[in-house]
Design a protein around this ligand. Sequence first.
Ligand SMILES: *[C@@H]1O[C@H](CO)[C@@H](O)[C@H](O)[C@H]1NC(C)=O
Ligand SMILES: *[C@@H]1O[C@H](CO)[C@@H](O)[C@H](O)[C@H]1NC(C)=O
Length: 400
Amino acid sequence: MAKLGVNVGRSGLMRPNETMRLIFSAVIGVMLGYLFGISFPTVSITKLHFPSSIISYIEDKNSGITTQTLLNHAWSSANTHKRNSTSDPNEIPKIHVSTNPKGAEMLPPGIVASESDFYLRRLWGEPTEDLTMRQKYLVTFTVGYGQKANIDRAVKKFSENFTILLFHYDGRASEWDDLEWSKRAIHVSVRKQTKWWYAKRFLHPDIVAPYDYIFIWDEDLGVEHFNAEEYIKLVRKHGLEISQPGLQPDRGLTWQMTKRRGDREVHKVTEERPGWCSDPHLPPCAAFVEIMATVFSRDAWRCVWHLIQNDLVHGWGLDFALRKCVEPAHEKIGVVDAQWIVHQVVPSLGNQGRAENGKAPWEGVRERCRKEWSMFQTRLADAEKQYYTEKGIVPPNSTA
Ligand SMILES: *[C@@H]1O[C@H](CO)[C@@H](O)[C@H](O)[C@H]1NC(C)=O
Ligand SMILES: *[C@@H]1O[C@H](CO)[C@@H](O)[C@H](O)[C@H]1NC(C)=O
């Protein structure tokens, strides 16, 4: 205690040359901070190899970036002051652009970047020279390490014109690096979530805006007879906004609609079991694909993204509602037969559930899937009813 007291006492009584030294080092420090701030605005200061004393000094001063911010602030308030004093006959009016995205009305439109992409950039050089190509298509797989070999086969069916995005649900994202394509892929790792959870969070329409088509696929698909470029040619040719490849008939088939036809390029309608379709233009006889290997056009995805509910993570029932997003749905939703896949039905994410009340993990997951399906149907029907009622229109019989 006594020693501390002495130190405090000494610093309170600094000799003049100590004071000078302190001021001098503070000035140098601020200048350094400013220079770092403008030279490396996006690089964490701790990644630069400076002696730790300098780093801690800069960080104590809230880093060079903050210094720059303060200077900017000083500059702009000086400016404001100047404008005030000329008593403003031609004062520059405030910016307000109502056509800007909501919340960004104060910005001049020329600086507004409302959309993004998954293109990888360098940290150096000319930004305009970063990209050697801009992929026009995006494919996402929701994966666990156990399906690595299968995903490797699948990714190889997608040309360099595809951005590859993997959602890892088992936290083992770093274990894919030995695959050649893995280094140019985007890896998102969040444990134990579903495909639609990831899609809702990471595939906002403004983020995936540069992509003409977006493939949102499961991990257990056999792709031996599938080629993505050929698939897209067919989708364009037949005007499909929402589609999936035909499924090989023998395994994992729930609906007639998604069954591969051997004799054509695409189909948009089907016969179901008697009594299953109230209308030949409605699901599951038309306007219908399943959610395991869905492909969306940019415009369709902009709508479908809004249809995905944040809490209904399994997406059950979504397939029946996709038709709300395209018009006329029975012409723009279809199955591509000439490029087809095999659903291998690997219980993967199901095993990421939790054993509860004596039930196996997958049972709890399945139960939740069914519950979500009915919740989704109810929500959609209620929303439509509310809309029509508010418009003073007698709601049609539930179209959900
Ligand atoms: C200068 O402008 C500010 C903000 O617009 C205002 O609050 C302030 O009263 C003005 N000062 C003078 C001297 O006009
Ligand atoms: C990639 O896209 C370009 C431009 O559309 C096309 O010319 C090229 O053939 C595509 N690559 C493959 C492997 O199909």
